[in-house]
Ligand binder design. Sequence first.
Ligand code: CP3
Length: 342
Amino acid sequence: MNKTEKPILEVLAGKKPARVPLWFMRQAGRYLPEYRALRAEAKNFLHFCLTPALATEATLQPIKRFDLDAAILFADILLIPHALGQKLEFKEGEGPALEPLTDDKSIAGMKFDISKLLPVFETVSKVKPALPQKTALIGFCGGPWTVAAYMIDGTSRNQFSHAKSWAENRPESLDRLLATLIEASADYLCGQIDAGVEIIQIFESWAGLLQGEDFKRFVIKPTKELIGRVRQKHPGIPVIGFPREAGAQYRDYALETGVDCMSIDQHVGLDQARELQKLKLLQGNLDPLLLAKGGEEMRRAAEAILEKLGPSHIFNLGHGVIPETPPENVARLVEIAHGRKA
Ligand code: CP3
């Protein structure tokens, strides 16, 4: 391997790597004591995301501790509603709260103010030169449906009952909201790419709420449009899509959206994963609870994934690192994945 080539970019380009590349969703976060200390410096989570010095440090923290193949920009999928003018708060211990959308008027009145996101682009340009040579920088946004679901319900506490009801009873309103989000997200991703991110990931965390035609109309079609728009400006940018809990619909997502790689959650069995791998490069899918537990159970599960899916695979979790995770377990998992059995 050429020393200047980054293993994760090689795999995304279809080359067979010497070893499986890896990173972890939510690798920067509350399980790290240094993250909690940094977090205490910001007056709230939004301020944290939008202060380049803090967000840069948070992005780099896991890279300083672990031998990872990618850093993920420290930000949040809900910065888009914020830039669309929707009131957003992150309440301590409760997660995010948006002022819920009620009618089409509120959609028509939205104006995307990208200047609110300029600090994110500045973070990208600060992180980039600080990364080790082999480590790629991943930018991201939420999938249009997932962001719409948060905007409509305001929180995830009610299983997105209003968003699901829009899908069923007000599909044209939902289409309009998704169109707004596609346009804003494309500009946001292009801004991240212009500033230096080398891969983008689309987090469709609530893909599993929709089935059948609704999944096609509100997940697949908007994702395809979003990727199409980004590729008009940046044809070569590798895209990872994560339609979490899509179950049997992972197949359609892999075939129809245009992603280069598909991230799968921990409920996808390894036999199903092997089938999906015939269609698309995969990323995943160790259960984050096993990472929190550690020990033999984690090792066995990780080795099963590596053996069945590697090395043309991106090793990751099935969802984000949970706050209870001992950082030593992350270090151990990195060793296992790199084949250094201590
Ligand atoms: O390390 C990384 O992965 C990069 C940063 C990142 C965050 N959020 C930081 C964060 C990324 C990629 C996200 C994506 C995100 N945000 C998603 C998609 C992935 C997923 O988890 O399904 C979603 C749904 C959100 C919305 C969001 N932001 C929620 C539901 C919460 C509260 C839940 C929680 O863990 O507290 C957040 C807050 C948030 N975003 C935190 C972090 C590190 C924790 C807040 C804190 O530190 O106080």
